[in-house]
Design a protein around this ligand. Structure first.
Ligand code: AMP
Ligand code: MG
Length: 315
């Protein structure tokens, strides 16, 4: 298949509206979209990524008005989160509308829904005639793509189009909160922090699996994720790490002596933004071991910690 590269949100949306599968930029990571009214395109999304069919997709909407097309029963708690955080890097799990195909929700009665803030994503979605189901635009299991070049590397020739935009400003997948239960649950940490969520809904709890234990409630969380070819080794700042010509380091302090490649980030936001592109850069340079400083489990550090631990295979 020939993949069309375009800088025009309208051209990309036209291709999606005619049943195509289109990658597009968002503030979290790049998404691989199919219109929810195109079942064949939804099938192609799973096929292009090599994604297991029991891992549901997130439905992307342009406006709050479109929410009624996607979800039923929007609780008061969900409304409060929407008021505060939409558009933005937050996905809510809600009871699904009958129009949403089970291929999108992987057979679940609930649906994940997000309204991105990235201006190019918004322009693209404004031209799409129905809401857009989209997982991250990477091969299943590999680190999410945070630039159009990373999407190209994984999916060129497998998708209909790639809408080129700037690198993702957040670089980590959305925060996911399940609002389909009486007490909302944080399923996946992201740039909207638990502390920010608590400022709106103090009762939100943390899914044990997103906090480093037990079986995950969010189906996709059971799969290996974000893993480059190199081994990921979480480390602390006070630890002496064994270095060598095929080792790399990313974190807030250092670098340790003797690593072939390193990225020192000024703050956690930069760490989150750079993590996946650093993983890809290490693979391109034949690095075998990537040492990643583990931040404290608070603020956006919770999300970085989660991704590093998952990439290391520790949960
Ligand atoms: P990705 O966009 O690649 O990060 O994948 C979407 C993630 O959203 C998956 O890991 C799913 O587990 C999660 N997700 C999507 N829909 C639901 C849902 N209805 N219930 C729980 N988790 C969901
Ligand atoms: Mg993904």
């Amino acid at each position: 298949m020939q993949t069309t590269l375009t800088d025009s949100a309208e051209v990309a949306a036209d291709l999606l509206n005619s049943g195509g599968v289109v990658a597009f930029p968002t503030e979290t990571v790049y998404g691989l979209g199919a219109g929810i009214c195109h079942p064949e395109a939804i099938r192609k999304v799973f096929q292009a990524k090599g994604r297991p069919g029991d891992n549901p997709l997130i439905v992307h909407i342009y406006s709050i008005e479109q929410l009624a097309l996607v979800a039923d029963e929007i609780s008061t708690d969900a409304r409060l989160l929407i008021e505060r955080f939409f558009p933005g890097p937050l996905t809510l799990v809600l009871k699904k509308n009958p129009h949403i195909p089970y291929s999108v929700t992987a057979g679940l009665e609930t649906v994940g829904v997000r309204c991105p803030a990235n201006p190019v994503a918004r322009e693209f979605l404004s031209h799409c005639t129905c809401p857009v189901a989209a997982p991250s635009a990477n091969l299943s299991g590999l680190p999410s793509a945070t630039s159009w070049e990373a999407v190209y590397e994984d999916l060129n020739g497998k998708i209909d189009a790639l809408l080129r935009g700037k690198p993702s400003t957040i670089g980590l997948e959305s925060t996911i909160v399940d609002c389909s239960t009486s007490i909302p649950v944080l399923l996946r940490a992201g740039a909207i922090t638990l502390e920010q969520l608590h400022s709106v809904l103090p009762e939100i709890t943390v899914n044990p699996a997103s906090d480093e234990q037990e079986t995950p409630k969010s189906p996709g969380l059971k799969y290996p994720h974000y893993a480059p070819k190199a081994s990921i080794i979480p480390c602390r700042t006070d630890e002496t790490i064994p270095t060598g010509p095929s080792s790399a380091f990313i974190g807030l302090s250092g670098p340790p002596e003797g690593v072939a490649l390193f990225k020192i980030c000024r703050n956690l936001e930069e760490y989150g933004r750079e993590l996946f592109s650093f993983f890809r850069q290490c693979d391109a340079q034949g690095i075998n071991r990537i040492y990643c400083e583990l931040p404290a489990n608070s603020g956006i550090g919770r999300a970085i910690r989660d991704r590093v631990l998952r990439a290391s295979g520790s949960h």
